[in-house]
Write a protein that binds this ligand. Structure first.
Ligand SMILES: NC(=O)c1ccc[n+]([C@@H]2O[C@H](COP(=O)([O-])OP(=O)(O)OC[C@H]3O[C@@H](n4cnc5c(N)ncnc54)[C@H](OP(=O)(O)O)[C@@H]3O)[C@@H](O)[C@H]2O)c1
Length: 255
């Protein structure tokens, strides 16, 4: 594959790079000339990732010590982090009354607090250098809610709110915050949530591929987009929902 040079020698740190969107995003940044650090928990997938990028590190975003140790190891080896991609995330797709509070805590601990933990570990050095990009992988579910998605939608709405607030706080610096909102994507994500399989539960819906989403992440980062919704359908439905929220509710499959 031809290497671009938009990220030549920049250090890109991707959380959740052992699978799906993170895996493809790490590889695409590598193809753009970046020096890429990818993280995750699964030892076998980390070993495979190590063959694809510069550095693969174990990191659990729910664990303060694990996050600190991965960030320290990345900086010790690469010198700095120029682009942080907060991608690690989990799904939880159940009706509200089958979703115990403990499970809501768990998804928030990964999808929101995991981002906060990692951002707080990386951002001070970016601010000190007055340079850097924080890229948060949210979801169209962070703009509109779907059936059986209460906890997941809450986590992604919160992530978008956190990202907007972060951007406000960073005003006056040259550190940018980019939010990427994919629609449904074909990765192990849904099966990993333990609740449903994509094809059985969404007949007829064509998901994006992880490579297409990774391209969106790289392009949004290069352009320093505030928010990039990665599907025209989702963009149109979101715009309509601002005008007529009830009208759009009839279109259940907004992805
Ligand atoms: N797939 C979709 O339809 C879709 C749509 C919109 C947005 N998204 C978002 O895109 C992101 C990536 O999803 P994906 O579809 O690529 O899912 P995936 O294939 O299941 O990958 C999830 C990644 O997150 C990592 N991860 C999970 N829990 C973690 C933890 N506690 N600490 C560190 N890493 C953890 C996993 O690695 P380990 O298991 O090795 O830790 C894996 O690398 C998520 O934030 C998701 O919400 C997905």
């Amino acid at each position: 594959m031809r290497r671009g040079d938009r990220f030549q020698d920049q250090v890109v740190f991707v959380s959740g790079a052992t699978s799906g969107i993170g895996w493809e995003t790490a590889r695409l940044f590598r193809d753009e000339g970046a020096r890429v650090v990818g993280t995750g928990r699964d030892p076998d997938r980390l070993a495979a990732l190590a063959g694809e990028i510069d550095l693969a590190l174990p990191m659990d975003v729910t664990d303060d010590a694990s996050v600190k140790s991965a960030v320290d190891a990345a900086v010790a080896r690469m010198g700095r982090i120029d682009v942080l991609v907060n991608n690690a995330g989990i799904g939880l797709f159940k009706p509200w009354d089958e979703t115990p509070v403990a499970e809501v805590h768990r998804i928030m601990d990964v999808n929101l607090y995991g981002v906060v933990r990692l951002t707080q570990a990386v951002l001070p050095a970016m601010v000190a250098r007055n340079q850097g990009v924080v890229v948060n992988v949210a979801s169209v579910a962070g703009k509109r809610a779907y059936k059986k998605h209460t906890a997941y939608c809450a986590s992604k709405h919160a992530l978008i709110g956190y990202s907007e607030g972060l951007r406000n706080d960073l005003e006056g610096t040259a550190v940018n915050v980019v939010v990427v909102l994919p629609p449904a994507v074909r990765t192990p994500f849904f099966e990993n949530s333990g609740y449903f399989t994509f094809d059985a539960d969404h007949p007829g819906l064509v998901p994006m591929s992880a490579v297409e989403v990774a391209r969106g992440v790289v392009e949004a980062t290069a352009a320093r987009d505030r928010q990039r919704i990665l599907s025209l359908r989702a963009k149109v439905l979101y715009a309509l929902s601002l005008v007529s929220p009830g009208g759009v509710d009839v279109l259940r499959r907004f992805k």
